[in-house]
Write a protein that binds this ligand. Structure first.
Ligand code: MRU
Length: 350
C-alpha cells in the first residue's frame, strides 16, 4: 500500500489530507483536539474506521499537555475532550466505539502518575491503528475467497486504505485477490456529491495497479445489465443489530440494483462497525451536510441561487438486500439478527 492514512512520527500526529486528493498527496500535522475535530468534520480524514482511529489520537492530543494534579481532574478533561470529539460526525459508530474504548482504557490506568497515563493513551491509540491494519488484512483474505479470478466488482464511495489505517474494508479483498494473482476489474461509482469514488477509490486502485473504471452513480444499472459486474462490495458506517446498514448515500440504490440483477451484495466492515445498541436502521442517526456541497460542487455554482436542497451523507440499506457481511471474524450470512449478535460478542466481551 503506498500511503498511510494517519501516522505518528517523532511524537507528531499526521494525517493525509484527503480533501486535496487526487491532485496533491500532502500530510498535515494535527496539533490538538480542535484541529482533529475539524479534520474529521470537513473530511480531511474520513471513512468509519479512520474516523475512529483519528478520534483516538484526538483524545491523546486533547490531554497531552494536561497539568492536572490528580486523576479526578484529569478524568474531567478526558470526558470533556471525548464529548467534544463525539460531536464531529454522527453516523459512523466507529467514532463512538473508539472514544468509549479510550475512556475504558484510561480508567484502567488511574493508579499511575498522569505523565505515564498520557504516554499510555498515545500507545492505546497506536494499538487501535495497528489492530485496524490486521483487521483489514483479515477482511481482505476472507473477502478474496468470494471473488473468482476475472470477475468485475462494483463499489460505492471509498472503503479502501484511505478509509482505514491501511487495507480498507471493501477494497481489502481486491488488494488481497491481486496478491493471489487474480485479476479483478473494479467499477468505482464516482459518489456524488463529494466524489469519494472518483477522487479516492479510483486514485488508490490505480496507485496499486488494479484495473479500475470510473462511472457516474447513475451508470451502475447499465453496467450491471451488461453483465460486467459479478459482485458488489461496499463498506459501512454503522450496522444495526438486525443487519440494516448505513453507508454512503446511494448505497441503498446500488443494493436494489444488485438484487434485481442477481448480483451478490457484500458489506465489508470490522466488528467495531456493528452497533448492538441500535436495533434497526431506522434508529441510525444520518448526518446532513452543507447544501453547498450540492449547489457549489468544488467551488462552481451548479444550481440556481437559493434553491432548496436535501443533502444526507448516508442512507440505510435494509438487511434483506445484503448477501453477507465480511468481517475480520468471519463471513456472516442470514439470519443476521442472530448471526451478527453471535459474532459481535467477540468484540464487546473484553
Ligand atoms: O462521508 P465519508 O467519506 O466518511 O463516507 C465513507 C463511507 O460511507 C464508507 O463507505 C464507510 O465509512 C466505510 S469505510 C471503510
Amino acid at each position: 500500500m503506498p500511503v498511510n492514512t494517519i501516522a505518528v512520527e517523532e511524537g507528531q500526529v499526521k494525517i493525509l489530507d484527503q480533501t486535496l486528493l487526487p491532485a496533491r498527496t500532502e500530510y498535515r500535522v494535527i496539533h490538538n483536539a480542535e484541529e482533529m475535530w475539524e479534520a474529521i468534520k470537513i473530511l480531511r480524514i474520513r471513512g468509519a474506521p479512520a474516523i475512529g482511529i483519528a478520534a483516538a489520537f484526538g483524545v491523546y492530543l486533547g490531554i497531552k499537555d494536561s497539568t492536572a494534579a490528580d486523576f479526578d481532574s484529569f478524568w474531567n478533561e478526558v470526558v470533556k475532550v471525548t464529548d467534544y470529539l463525539a460531536t464531529s460526525r454522527p453516523t459512523a459508530v466507529n467514532l463512538f466505539w473508539a472514544l468509549d474504548r479510550m475512556k475504558r482504557f484510561i480508567q484502567t490506568q488511574k493508579s499511575r502518575p498522569i505523565p505515564e497515563i498520557q504516554q499510555a493513551i498515545l500507545e492505546e491509540a497506536t494499538r487501535i491503528l495497528e489492530e485496524d491494519v490486521a483487521i483489514g488484512r483479515r477482511i481482505g483474505e476472507l473477502g478474496a475467497a468470494l471473488l473468482p479470478d476475472g470477475c468485475g466488482v462494483l463499489t460505492h464511495c471509498n472503503a479502501g486504505g484511505l478509509a482505514t489505517a491501511r487495507y480498507g474494508t471493501a477494497l481489502a479483498p481486491i488488494f488481497v485477490a491481486k496478491e493471489q494473482g487474480k485479476t479483478i476489474r473494479v467499477f468505482a461509482d464516482e459518489t456524488r456529491p463529494l466524489l469519494q469514488g472518483a477522487r479516492l477509490t479510483a486514485w488508490e486502485l490505480r496507485e496499486n495497479q488494479i484495473p479500475v473504471t470510473l462511472i457516474c452513480d447513475n451508470m451502475a444499472a447499465s453496467v450491471m445489465a451488461k453483465k460486467w459486474v459479478q459482485a458488489v462490495i461496499v463498506g459501512a458506517d454503522r450496522i444495526a443489530a438486525n443487519g440494516d446498514t448505513a453507508n454512503k448515500i446511494g448505497t441503498y440504490g446500488v443494493a436494489i440494483l444488485a438484487q434485481e440483477h442477481k448480483i451478490p451484495f457484500y458489506v465489508a466492515a470490522p466488528l467495531s462497525t456493528i452497533d448492538p445498541a441500535t436495533s434497526t436502521g431506522a434508529e441510525i442517526p444520518i448526518e446532513e451536510r452543507d447544501p453547498r456541497e450540492i449547489t457549489h460542487g468544488f467551488g462552481r455554482p451548479t444550481a440556481p441561487e437559493g434553491i432548496q436542497v436535501y443533502n444526507p451523507a448516508f442512507d440505510v440499506t435494509p438487511h434483506a438486500y445484503i448477501t453477507a457481511f465480511i468481517t475480520e471474524a468471519g463471513v456472516v450470512y442470514p439470519p443476521f439478527a442472530e448471526n451478527l449478535m453471535k459474532i459481535s460478542r467477540q468484540n464487546f466481551v473484553q
